[in-house]
Design a protein around this ligand. Structure first.
Ligand SMILES: [Zn+2]
Length: 131
């Protein structure tokens, strides 16, 4: 299999930009992909990560954009809108987890960051103070 036939790598026949289709999104896919380099839209289909045929010219709007793209001289394309952001298990989750001390049923759970008071009488504190 040559580079051009590689399934999750879509080399644009127009501008030669290499579009990397991330497996999370494109493993099973049938629809329109927009090239990150020249905004050309291609009809493309993948099944179990293998392409079902070469990209075919199509008219927009596109369904999805690649996860990452590179020009022929290895310059990355990361502009939002040209490439998609990394898929998140929870789209609404950004930043640190919310500390919880109790489960939904009201039982205490671990995983909460410790406060200074939590350490009173703990073994690490005994090592630290020597008492
Ligand atoms: Zn292109």
């Amino acid at each position: 299999m040559s580079f051009k036939e590689a399934s999750l790598i879509l080399e644009c026949p127009k501008c030669e930009v290499i579009n990397y289709l991330d497996p999370f999104t494109f493993w099973n896919f049938k629809g329109k992909v927009k090239c990150a380099g020249c905004d050309a839209v291609f009809q493309y289909a993948l099944e179990n990560g293998k392409r079902l045929g070469p990209p075919v010219d199509a008219k927009g709007p596109h369904d999805k954009v690649p996860g990452f793209a590179q020009t022929k001289d290895w310059k990355p394309i990361t502009t939002p809108g040209k490439v998609s952001s990394a898929p998140q298990a929870r789209e609404d989750f950004q930043g640190k987890p919310i500390p919880i001390a109790k489960s939904k049923r009201g039982k205490p759970v671990s995983g909460k960051p410790l406060t200074a008071d939590d350490l009173i009488g703990s073994v690490p504190k005994m090592f630290y103070t020597g008492i």
